[in-house]
Design a binder for this molecule. Structure first.
Ligand code: SF4
Length: 436
């Protein structure tokens, strides 16, 4: 049977898509290889979110040109396949086919056209997942990597934030049928998953025949075997008290919410076309804090967005300094060709962007450290990810709040999936402790 080499660049949506494509190939009897020289079919699942990601993809395509055997086929999938369809045909004519994220329904027929038989009996061995280069658990040992699974619930996005390329590459929003999502979760549970992350560019806009995200959460919260349920990413405009109420009812949901605010200035939020004000955002956070005390709130922030004045920035800094978030992913604005923000004026000087980035990081680190310190002396439940990357003599895992925990290995060969750890030390990056 044909063997498949699959390499994934980019975000968790791509990791989930790769998983689904791999499953389709596996169900037709394909096997997987980590060596492109051995593969009959090579798949590169690509990312277009930043220029750096694109450069890496084109670099890898150049390597695959020389590694690919005569007669084997090269398929490029993902956002760059949608965005650079014409450019790629010129730049990399050795690519045999392109499928953007909205074309994955044609994947099976493409494999059939390439000679993969459709009448093979279902494989008897479990699917071995191909590596996902930028996935959080990419180099987790196989005995732990399968404990977490990503399951897409929507595709595409129609919010058109002015800095984002996604609506142009992934197309308009499409909500997947709940029965399809449930079947995929059950399949992942059968393969050993205990933590399920529901994925979408904006999960809160999920709507399938009137079933909204709150309703979907309630339905998925009943699936047996899921011990931790979480989701990414929420858009504040569509995040409603109904969702908070649903979260409060589901015992397995992980106590964390990622709600990207992006800026503390209404003028900048308007320039970003984010469709909410800081006041509206904070109202939603207040309800969330009241109904779900003890949860961790994380956010995304962009500093140095075009038109951001010192006064605008001071509002963002104030939001962070007040301790609104337990953690934050903070970025200096980087223009993305093809988006309105790339040509907005005035752009902020790169040195100034760096200064703002450092100031925000310093302010947030203080609160993140304090949040971590609040766990000292507590016993936390940790989902094991494997030996620590920095020090393999220690084990590592994640709490429900998404905090990294490390503890000394005690010679056991297997742990978990969950381990209770008594927290002894806290840092900005996470916790250190001992097995309870
Ligand atoms: S919500 Fe905005 S930032 Fe998120 S994917 Fe859609 S357009 Fe991009």
């Amino acid at each position: 049977m044909p063997s498949v080499y699959l390499q994934t660049f980019g975000c968790q949506m791509n990791v989930a898509d790769s998983n689904a494509l791999a499953h389709e190939a596996w169900s037709l009897g394909c096997s997987f290889t980590d060596d492109p020289r051995d593969a009959d079919i090579l798949i590169l699942n690509t990312c277009a979110i930043r220029e750096k990601a694109e450069t890496r993809v084109y670099g890898r395509l150049g390597q695959l040109k020389t590694l690919k055997r005569p007669g084997s086929r090269l398929l490029v999938t993902g956002c760059l396949a949608a965005k650079d369809r014409e450019i790629m045909r010129e730049k990399a004519p050795w690519v045999d086919a392109l499928l953007g994220p909205r074309d994955y329904r044609s994947f099976k027929s493409l494999l059939t056209a390439w000679g993969v038989p459709t009448d093979s009996p279902p494989p008897e061995t479990p699917m071995r997942l191909p590596s996902a280069e930028d996935a959080p658990d990419a180099d987790a040992p196989a005995e732990y990597a399968h404990l977490r699974a990503l399951v897409s619930i929507t595709r595409g996005c129609e919010k058109f934030c002015t800095y984002c390329i996604v609506p142009y590459t992934r197309g308009p929003l499409e909500s997947l049928p709940p029965a399809v999502i449930e079947a995929q979760i059950r399949r992942e549970v059968r393969l050993g998953a205990v933590e399920i992350t529901l994925l979408g560019q904006n999960v809160n806009s999920y709507n399938y025949d009137g079933l909204d995200f709150a309703g979907l959460l309630r339905r998925l919260g009943r699936i047996e075997g899921v011990q931790r349920l979480t989701f990414l990413t929420s858009h504040p405009h569509d995040f409603t008290p109904r969702v908070v109420d649903a979260l409060a009812e589901i015992p397995t949901v992980a106590p964390r919410l990622h709600l990207p605010v992006q800026s503390g200035s209404n003028a900048v939020l308007k320039a970003m076309a984010r469709l909410y004000t800081v006041e509206e955002y904070l109202d939603k956070v207040a309800y969330f804090r009241e109904r779900l005390p003890g949860w961790a709130l994380s956010t995304d922030l962009i500093c140095g967005f075009p038109t951001e004045t010192e006064e605008d920035f001071a509002k963002t800094l104030d939001l962070v300094a007040r301790g609104t978030f337990e953690s934050a992913f903070i970025f200096a604005f980087s223009p993305r060709a093809g988006t309105p923000a790339a040509t907005m004026t005035p752009q902020v000087d790169p040195k100034e962007k760096l200064r703002r980035l450092q100031a925000l990081n310093a302010a947030q680190n203080e609160h993140t450290r304090r949040f971590c310190e609040s766990f000292i002396g507590e016993t936390v439940r940790v989902l094991v990810s494997g030996p620590s990357k920095k020090d393999p003599s220690r084990m590592a895992g994640k709490t429900g709040h998404n905090l990294t925990v490390v503890w000394p290995g005690d010679g056991r060969t297997t742990y978990g999936p969950f381990v209770d750890v008594v927290v002894e030390q806290a840092y900005t990056w996470g916790l250190v402790g001992r097995v309870a």
